[in-house]
Design a protein around this ligand. Structure first.
Ligand code: HEM
Length: 238
């Protein structure tokens, strides 16, 4: 499978099969989310729910397994090996663009999970029709404490089982600690956001538009990266 992903891709560029599949899936998911967004704007909440829930879950599953396959780090270092253009362009355009793209990937992954949870929490059914509840939706400190406590326990158990299986290492500790810090940041974000938009319906609409906008920018930055790496400047740098 790993070998197959490294074979020449199907688009006729310098890309590997893996890069072509990734670009194809990125296009597919972006179109899906835009359609899901349009459905929400038209008040077709049932279709919107199905598209967003199915699409986001499939996207999370695809990209996490795909990048685990490609060993995560490859994403960050791919440019250095594969970029054949001038060094200035690499340092001043390519690296900042890829860094921005990866930052958006992280925000996009967090927002996907966040929006699904918010969708379920903010929705209601009136005469069998799915809609957003026009009411205050705020999590109490107690609830946040409980959820964070459960999460910390799960992460700790995962960490301890990894240590028992493969031994302790600082790398492992920092990964699991990083996960907890990230979760803490998300909870901090949630507390701030729900103060700004206490109304669940408003929050879902505002953050939903923000999330769809993030996915559109992701698609653009990803496509520029693809074009630079596999069409305009293929090859090794230096
Ligand atoms: C996961 C990513 C999701 C995103 C990015 C998202 C985004 C949005 C946006 C932007 C709107 C408002 C459109 C507008 O008026 O401008 C909206 C409305 C809505 N969303 Fe979501 N949503 C997501 C998931 C969900 C889920 C999982 C549910 C249900 C469980 C849900 C239920 C609704 C409902 C009921 C509406 C109101 C539609 C109407 O106006 O009748 N959403 N969503």
């Amino acid at each position: 499978m790993v070998e197959w992903l490294k074979e020449p891709g199907f688009a006729g560029t310098y890309a590997t099969m893996g890069a072509d599949i990734s670009q194809f899936m990125a296009t597919f998911f972006t179109v899906l989310f835009i359609v899901g967004f349009v459905q929400a704007r038209r008040g077709k909440a049932g279709v919107h729910h199905g598209l967003m829930l199915g699409g986001m879950t499939a996207m999370l599953a695809f990209f996490t397994s795909y990048y685990l396959f490609r060993q995560l780090g490859v994403l960050a270092f791919e440019g250095k090996e594969g970029f054949g253009g001038p060094k200035d362009l690499y340092e001043n355009v390519f690296v900042p663009l890829l860094t921005f793209h990866i930052l958006l990937v992280i925000i996009g992954l967090i927002m996907a999970i966040y929006m699904i949870v918010l969708g379920f929490r903010a929705q209601t059914f009136v005469a069998g029709r799915r809609m957003l509840r026009d009411a205050v939706l705020q999590t109490t400190w107690k609830r946040i404490g409980i959820v964070f406590g459960i999460l910390t326990t799960v992460v700790l158990l995962l960490f301890l089982s990894r240590v028992a299986m493969a031994g302790f290492s600082l790398g492992k500790l920092s990964v699991y600690l990083g996960l907890l810090i990230l979760a803490g940041l998300v909870f901090g974000f949630e507390i701030t956001i729900q103060r700004i938009w206490p109304n669940g319906e408003r929050r879902h609409r505002v953050l939903g538009r923000f999330t769809v906008a993030i996915y559109c920018i992701l698609f653009v930055t990803g496509s520029i990266t693809y074009t630079m790496l596999y069409i305009l400047y293929p090859g090794k740098i230096g």
